[in-house]
Design a protein around this ligand. Sequence first.
Ligand code: GLN
Length: 190
Amino acid sequence: MIGVLAMQGAFAEHVRALEAIGASTRLVKTRQDLAGLDGLVLPGGESTTMTMLMERVGLLESVRAAIANGLPTLATCAGMIVLAREVTDGMAGQQGMGLLDIAVRRNGYGRQVDSFEAELEVAGLDGKKFPGVFIRSPLVESTGSAEVVATHEGRAVAVRQGHILALCFHPELTSDRRLHQEFVRMAKAS
Ligand code: GLN
C-alpha cells in the first residue's frame, strides 16, 4: 500500500502510474492516512504550498517522523525540496525537512528554461535511457551522503539515500513506469 501525499500538485498522476503497475494506493490527507503504509510519494507541485498545507492539517511532523523512521519514500521535484537539508532561493523562511542530505536551489534551472526534457541514464535501470521531464525543477547543488543515481550536464538529478529516492524530474508525467517499479521494489523489500 503506497500513500501519495495529496495536499497539492501532481498526486493524481502518481496514483495513476502506481496503479498501472499493480500497486495499491491511498491518498494521504490526514495523519490517519499514514497508518500501515509500505511507502509514501511526495509529488511535484509547489514546495512552499505543500509544506504550508501539511502544517495546516497537522501532517508535517507525522510525515517527517514516518520518513525519519524508515518509511520508503519517492520524492519528485517539489517533494525533493521538501526533504532537503538545505534550500536556497526558497520563499522567506522556507526550510526543508532535513531528511535528505542534499542542498537544492529552488527553480535552479532558471526561468528561460523553466521546462525541458532530457534523456537520462539512471543507475540500476536496464540501461535504456529514461525520459526526464523537468518543470521548474530544483537544481541539486551538492550531495552529502546521498548517492547520485542520475546526472544531467554534470549535476545530480536523481539521488538515493537508503529508503529515499528523490528525483528533480517527473516520471509520473511519462508512460515510462520503471522508476515507479523500482520504488515499489524498495517498498516491498523494506
Ligand atoms: N518550483 C517548484 C517548487 O519550488 C517545484 C516544481 C515542480 O514540482 N514541478 O516547489
